[in-house]
Structure formats: C-alpha cells, structure tokens
Design a protein around this ligand. Sequence first.
Ligand code: F6P
Length: 471
Amino acid sequence: MASSFGAAQVLVASNRGPVSYDVREDGSLRARRGGGGLVSGLSAIGPDAGALWVCSALSDGDREAVRRGVGEDGVRMLDVPADVHADAYNGIANSVLWFVHHMLYQTPLEPVFDAEFRRQWASYEAYNRAFAEALAEEAAQGAAVVVQDYHLTLVPGMLRALRPDLRIGHFSHTPWAPPEYFRMLPDDIADQVLRGMLGADRLGFLTHRWAQAFTACCERFAGGLGDTRIGVHGLGADADFLRARSHEADVEERIVALREEIGTAPDGGARRTIVRVDRTELSKNIVRGLLAYRQLLEDHPEWRERVVHVAFAYPSRQDLAVYRDYTAEVRRVAEEINERYGTPGWRPVVLHVKDDFARSLAAYRLADVALVNPIRDGMNLVAKEVPVVSDAGCALVLSREAGAHEELGEDAITVNPYDVVETAHALHEALTMGAGERADRGKRLAAAATALPPAQWFLGQLDALRDETPG
Ligand code: F6P
C-alpha cells in the first residue's frame, strides 16, 4: 500500500534557506546560493539521502519564484504572506525573542507586551504552523527533522501533534536566556515557547551554558524537561574551505587594497592591525569596541600612527529602526575617532559597512589582533575563523560572553564586554604579545576552533537524533 506520507528522510527547517531570488529588470529570476554550516552539513549526507530543506520566502523575488514554480532540488520554500512574515520575523523573532536571549532590553522603557505584541504573536504562530504543516506533508514515515533557531520554537510541538512518528530535533544558534530574564515574557507566551521546544525528542545548543539556561527555564516554568533530551554541539570553523578560499585571487587583491588603506608607520615599518568583522547586530558591541580602541590611543599614545583598527560592520536586519540607529552610531563613533586622532598619513579606524566576504578573509589574514567582544553571542564564528586564516597567527581578544569562549578561552585574552578600560588593556597586551607566543596561541586556537567542522556538527546531531532511544 502506498504511504500517505511524503518521501523526505531528513528534513531541515529554517527561516532563511540556502537560496534566494532577485527579479532582474527583464523580469527573469536570478538565484543566489548561500553558504554556511547547514549547507555543508546537508551536502555531507549526500544527494541521495532524501534530504529536504524547508524555508520561508523572504523577499518579493522569493515569493515570485514560489509562484512561478521555480525552485532548487531539495528545497521547499514556503510562500508565507509578506505581512505575516514581517510580524513573525521582525516583530517577534528579532524584536522579542532575540532581545530576550541576548538580554538586550533597556528595561526602564521596554519591553511592553501590549495588544500589538499579541497581534504579532498570532502571526508568529501562523508562520510556525505553516512550517509544521509543510514538514508533516513532506516527511517520510519515521523521518528525522531538524528545526533551526528561535524563529521556529513552536514547530516541534506542532509537528509532534501532526506526526508522532517523526524524530524531531531543534537546534538553537543563539544563547538561551536565564530564567530571571526569560520570565519577562508573558507567562502564557513563555509557556508556549517552552512547550513548543519540548515537543522535540532532542534539543541542541552551541554551549553547555545555553543548554543549562534552557534546562533551568524548563525546571522553573515547565515542570522539567520531560522526555526531551539535550545535546551540546559546538559548531566549528570549516578549515579546508577557509584555507583554500582565503588564498584565491580576489582575496589577494583585497589584501593589496587593504594594505594601502592601512598604510605604513612613520618609521616605514608595517602598521599593526586590530581587526573585527561582524554583522551589525545589537549584541556585537561594536561601539564599545571603538571606545576601547579610543581608550588605547589615550592610555598608550605610543600606538598612535602605528596601529589601525580595521572594522567591518556589515548590514543586518535593516528593516528594524533600532538596527539602523545602531549602524549610524558605529559610523559616528568611528568618524569621531578619526577626526580626533587622525593625521594626514594615518586614519586610525578603517570602517567598511558593505558586505564583502573576500575582503573579510583578507582582513583575517592580515590581523595582528582580532577583537571579538559581544555582549552575548551564541557562538561567534569570527572568533574561530580568524585564527584559522591568519597568516602569522593573531592574538584574540575575546568576550567571556561569547559562546566561543567556552572552547577558546584558554588561549584568548578574556574581556568583560562592558568594561572598555579593561578591553583597552587587553588590546595593548595583544599588540605587545611576542611573535612566538602569538603563533603558539594561534595554533592552539585554530585547533580548538576546527574541532567540530560543519559537516560533522550536523551529522553528529542527526546520528544522536536517530540512535538515542527516546526518553
Ligand atoms: O547567529 C544566529 C542566527 O540565528 C543564525 O542561526 C542565523 O543564520 C542568523 O542568526 C539569522 O540571521 P538573519 O536574521 O539575517 O536571517
């Protein structure tokens, strides 16, 4: 008898998929393929594994592609109405859940959970339901489904109700809030989020700290974890890809251009570089990084003309005013430093805001010091990528609040991200670290950073989901 279920054996669900579409002027569609851990993870299971990636249409181009029936093999894009998606993604996922897990609220005035919040929450539910229904339709009997991130916290519970036969996993790429912060959410919403997640057989987190915070929330507010198992999978950098990619011609070209921008010290020697590369998210702490650099120039005038802060702050979530304002503040502080300290031959901060992966790799290769100082971060892959790519081994100044600190802390210089005086000291220490120590630490950092490459990271979760006996 033919099964009434779909054919996919392994399913991934995420808001952003591996492909996006633009409408060209002549009306045709152009597909752009993305990279990242999940893409290489899924490719590792091979083309015949019956894998399907379910994602949301994010742009008008994507919606047009769905309507025209244009698509990639192995990808199902959901035509979630634009207004529902905006409420769910901008309104709830990025303005509430992201803020809660990264502890970003300025609490005297926010959050305010009003009628508008309830209206947006209904969209978040509808958007999660669209995913659960599509997954239920596509999954073969007993298939494994791995749901990604805070956009889709309700999917495991909804899918469990529709398809009790499935193995359901969920992976969080963000931190999880501690109970005292999580309880800021209205009680019924907090309950829905936890119960949604607990619909999964297995929940994955990037670090023990985030897994423990989730467990603590369940113990306080949901009567425990029930049958759901918890795993920690610290996504690592993809060394083979990064090392090969960072020696391609376009990266070499960017190195020449960057060297030009950095310039040479008055004595003719090479200037030192403090490099940071981020998507401009509120949690990345770019402004305090600039303030720490300014403090360094104050505390140690001997570095003036001899160091450059290379800061790449790429656009992220620009639909949200608070993100646009933050980007403007990054620019303002960088300009202020350049005006205050710059000289005809020295621009203290080289800031770029246009995303350019080849240029990021060029900066990684040149870096003497990498500055990674987030307020709070699920992992932070830049902290793992720079040591792998850097030509001479670079010193890493790393926030203790980044997930990566759990694995890299021993060989990094640790900072409290709110303390710009301490961060300035750390930058000085990093700049003065001897070449031998820097290279040694760099090697150990690179080894720790690549311990769990993306393909193994993904396969490990899949194996655990399939093999571990439920509850
Ligand atoms: O870094 C956390 C994370 O949720 C990633 O898992 C994901 O790729 C990204 O942020 C989502 O970003 P965006 O809002 O640009 O899709």
